[in-house]
Write a new protein. Structure first.
Length: 397
């Protein structure tokens, strides 16, 4: 964990503002100091008194509070922090930031600062998905603003989908990863992970044995070196790491769409075990046994996400890493796969049942690059991740 830091916390107006109270406690527990700023809308959800009591210092809330201006101007306030965290970051605050508005204390601080900024968006799912919000997010990403969440789930408004504010431990991890100042600070890296599920009918699907363990370990190791990680995951059995942006998908086609939305990135690591085929026509009703007749499933090929991204003429990440899960002739097959898919590196592993690698805790990989092949001894998946990420940092340096 990095040393104690000065955090300026802007609390926007949303139901998730109550989580900001716990966020203040957890950040302080970890030795950070928190200077709170409450927007006018934020004060509708949590009181200035509870915020200042938990922060152990005064809460700033109005741009035109002249006493405060005399004590500490807004420019100074925004610059005396190591990081500015906005939680919850509402659609309105995000729009103001993207446009460069400065019509209240929060937006003025955000415009006046040269400190790293981390946003924890929280809003209704439709607002999050709206083209205007997505445009604003893309603009802010381009400006170097960091994001944690939003997560998917049930929302206070009764709807379900992306828009829930990231959980407090996730935000704490993202703050500390941002402060970690590692060799990957300022790099945006995309990781795909887990299996995909390809529906046959409403109750059945095609799947594979991937647990998501290796992809999760890689994402965690990247975040630990300071990278901003976008983690696109199928229905994995291990939970996603904290401090990364998690995008959950089911099918290969959803995974491709999520990957395309998440670009641009400096590097992309394709650790997912994507189903090569799907059922051509998914039945919208449960298929029934009909007098002993066997069902005939017709298959269609899924898009190859790794090959698609590797072939991008514009916006191709500088480093594209694929995985090759093989059961025979591992190196020969993986070398051919590297050429076929057009990626820079292939991390090859033997997934024969006897190795226990698929779904297990260990991995034995061979790294195939333009320079040649390098076989690594069998080791834990976290260690494979750490070594791989070390190499990625060197390649992007
Ligand atoms: N991959 C992908 N999209 C797909 C299939 C695979 O992005 N539709 C990626 C995986 O994430 C992995 C790499 O491609 O990084 C290799 O996947 P693998 O399934 O081993 O290769 P295949 O293309 O299926 O080749 P083969 O069937 O010959 O093993």
């Amino acid at each position: 964990m990095p040393g104690a830091s000065r955090i300026l916390l802007i609390i926007g107006g949303g139901i998730a503002a109550y989580k900001a109270l716990d966020l203040i406690r957890r950040l302080r527990e970890r030795g950070h100091s928190v200077t709170p700023v409450l927007t006018r809308a934020g004060a509708e959800f949590v009181t200035p008194l509870s915020v200042s009591a938990l922060a152990g210092r005064k809460v700033y809330s109005d741009l035109f509070d002249l006493t405060d201006e005399a004590e500490m101007g807004h420019i100074e306030l925004s610059r005396s922090a190591d990081v500015i965290v906005v939680a919850p970051a509402t659609a309105d605050l995000i729009a103001k930031m993207a446009q460069g508005h400065a019509d209240d204390l929060a937006s003025t601080l955000l415009l006046a600062t040269d400190t790293p900024v981390l946003l924890a968006p929280a809003m209704n799912v439709r607002m999050w998905q709206h083209a205007a919000t997505q445009r604003n997010i893309a603009t802010l990403r381009g400006d170097g603003i960091g994001f944690v969440g939003p997560n998917e789930g049930d929302m206070a408004c009764g709807e379900h989908g992306p828009g829930r504010m990231a959980e407090v431990p996730q935000i704490v991890a993202a703050v500390e990863a941002g402060l970690a100042d590692g060799p990957l600070t300022g790099r945006r890296i995309l990781v795909t992970s887990g299996p995909t599920h390809e529906p046959i009918d409403p109750v059945r699907y095609l799947a594979n044995r991937s647990s998501g363990a290796q992809g999760t370990a890689i994402a965690r190791a990247l975040a630990a070196l300071g990278a901003e990680v976008v983690f696109v995951t199928g229905p994995a059995t291990v939970p996603p790491p904290e401090g990364v942006e998690v995008i959950r998908v089911e099918t290969a086609r959803e995974m491709l769409a999520a990957v395309e939305r998440a670009l641009p990135a400096d590097a992309a690591i394709f650790a997912a075990a994507v189903a090569d085929w799907r059922v051509a026509r998914e039945s919208d009703r449960k298929m029934k046994k009909t007098g002993g007749a066997l069902p005939h499933l017709e298959f269609a090929e899924n898009p190859d996400i790794l090959a698609t991204v590797s072939a991008l003429a514009e916006g191709r990440p500088r480093l594209v890493v694929g995985f090759a899960a093989e059961t025979d002739d591992v190196v020969a097959n993986a070398t051919a796969k590297r050429a076929r898919k057009g990626c820079d590196w292939i991390v090859a592993n033997d997934v024969s049942a006897a190795t226990g690698i698929m779904g297990g805790a260990e991995n034995a990989v061979t790294i195939i690059t333009a320079e040649g092949t390098e076989a690594w001894p069998r080791m834990g998946k976290a260690e494979v991740a750490a070594r791989l990420v070390e190499r990625i940092a060197q390649a992007l340096a």
